[in-house]
Design a protein around this ligand. Structure first.
Ligand code: S3P
Length: 429
């Protein structure tokens, strides 16, 4: 069914798990594919995006077995194990698949063609194509290589020092993967710290790299060794569940075994700033990634101002943060978040359009959103615009609306959170 109906809820007290982390699942498959020996990924996210990664690497000649929906075995044969694909590589809706894979393809001595869906065709690829060309790869594509479809002929690469204009883990990871195949050292600098799963996982796979806030350096000519990867729950998916508790006063929800990488937990800091109670119970590290249980509840929320270095630490959570802000006392300002315009949709525009349908007072700015609260939301018909996080954010809005909220094009949610509607039902929605 392509719609979700979300209705106002009574307070709930629950303890749940969410599906595996999307960023870590992608990397487990990709790094396993270029490693020597078998990699076992447990807790893999069987969402559409990560399945696109598996399909692409199968086309590149890698044997990948799905023992269960969430257990994947990747039989890596090292960099040399990748083969020229007979078909184009379809990344579907996945920005992480295309940008990270381009870093791998840039150094392989063969031709490949890469494209995805309509949303991918609108997303900027120049941010990775231009530095990869500087390293020596031959890449062409629409509008001079700024957009898909892209054609890649991998070449002999030379290390570069790249200063990225944006704090983007996809750009950083792409260049580190190319750098591993290059002559000399590759250095990537970024204006604020983006998620560092690549750095952590490459080290777990035996790569030697230098990482400090805002700068990562890697020497070329390194190989990876297959590993066991246990994937924590996705903090970005958990954010929807915690938000559900914040939308229904008197609720409390614990999410177990969720990833607590500090480059991803900005949303928990913001919930605290809004006056929510956030209880973190650490449980140790899985493949270099901190994991724990997190319980969230609130008794009244206040507005916040969010910007600067905090933005990359919660970039994917901004649509649902805007939803929660409709229930907070005062004016919430989200700024320095222009990157939202080049996500699966222009999330500044789609969040504003959809929230307004429910009577929220939201203003779109050049680099963010202004939300006036608290507002009693009304029921209505919303659309995901094919963007998983917009679809889920609107379903969460429905929990505090005076009437039913219908979300159209809800299958997009499967990109990152298969079972989302069922989990909401389990919470009593
Ligand atoms: C991701 C990085 C972020 C994030 C995306 C996943 C990753 O994108 O929005 O959902 O796995 O590296 P950018 O690197 O473009 O900011």
């Amino acid at each position: 069914m392509d719609i979700i109906r979300s209705t106002p809820k009574r307070p709930f007290h629950q303890s749940v798990r969410v599906p595996g982390d999307k960023s870590i699942s992608h990397r487990g498959v990709m790094f396993g594919a270029i490693a020597q020996g078998t990699t076992r990924v447990e807790g893999f996210l069987p969402g559409a995006d990560c399945l696109s990664t598996i399909a692409c690497f199968r086309r590149l000649g890698v044997e990948i077995e799905r023992e269960t929906p969430t257990t994947v075995l990747i039989k890596g044969k090292g960099w040399e194990g990748l083969r020229e694909p007979a078909q184009w590589l379809d990344v579907g809706n996945s920005g992480t698949t295309i940008r990270l894979m381009l870093g791998i393809l840039a150094g392989r001595p063969f031709f490949s063609a890469v494209a995805g869906d309509d949303s991918i065709a609108r997303r900027p690829m120049g941010r990775v194509v231009q530095p990869l060309r500087e390293m020596g790869a031959f890449i062409d594509g629409r509008e001079g290589g700024s957009f898909t479809p892209l054609a890649v002929r991998g070449g002999h690469l030379k290390g570069i020092e790249h200063v990225s204009r944006v704090a983007s883990a996809q750009v950083k990871s792409c260049l580190l993967l190319a750098g591993l195949q290059a002559e000399g050292t590759t250095v990537v600098r970024e204006p604020a710290v983006s998620r560092d799963h690549t750095e952590r996982m490459l080290q777990a796979f035996g790569v030697d790299l230098e990482a400090e806030p805002g700068r990562v350096a890697v020497k070329g000519g390194q190989s990876l060794t297959g590993q066991y990867v246990r994937v924590p729950g996705d903090v970005s998916s958990a954010a929807f569940i915690w938000s559900a508790a914040l939308m229904v006063p008197g609720s409390r929800v614990k999410v177990r075994d969720v990833g607590l990488n500090p480059t991803r937990t900005g949303i928990l800091d913001v919930f605290r700033m809004m006056g929510a109670e956030v209880l973190v119970e650490p449980k140790g590290k899985w493949c270099g990634e901190p994991v724990g249980d997190v319980t969230v509840s609130a008794d009244g929320l206040r507005a916040v101002e969010v910007g600067g270095d905090l933005i990359p630490r919660l970039i994917d959570e901004i649509p649902v943060l805007a939803v929660v802000a409709t229930q907070a006392e005062g004016t919430t300002i989200i700024k320095d978040a222009a990157e939202l315009k080049v996500k699966e949709t222009n999330r500044i525009a789609t969040t504003t359009t959809e929230l307004r349908k429910l009577g929220a007072q939201v203003e779109e700015t050049d680099d963010g959103l202004i939300i006036y609260g608290p507002t009693r939301l009304k029921g209505g018909v919303c659309d995901s615009h094919g963007d998983h996080r917009i679809g889920m954010a609107m379903a969460i809005a429905g929990l505090a609306a005076s009437d039913e909220v219908t979300v159209r094009n809800a299958t997009a949610i499967d990109v990152s959170f298969p079972g989302f509607a069922e989990l909401l039902e389990q919470l009593g929605a």
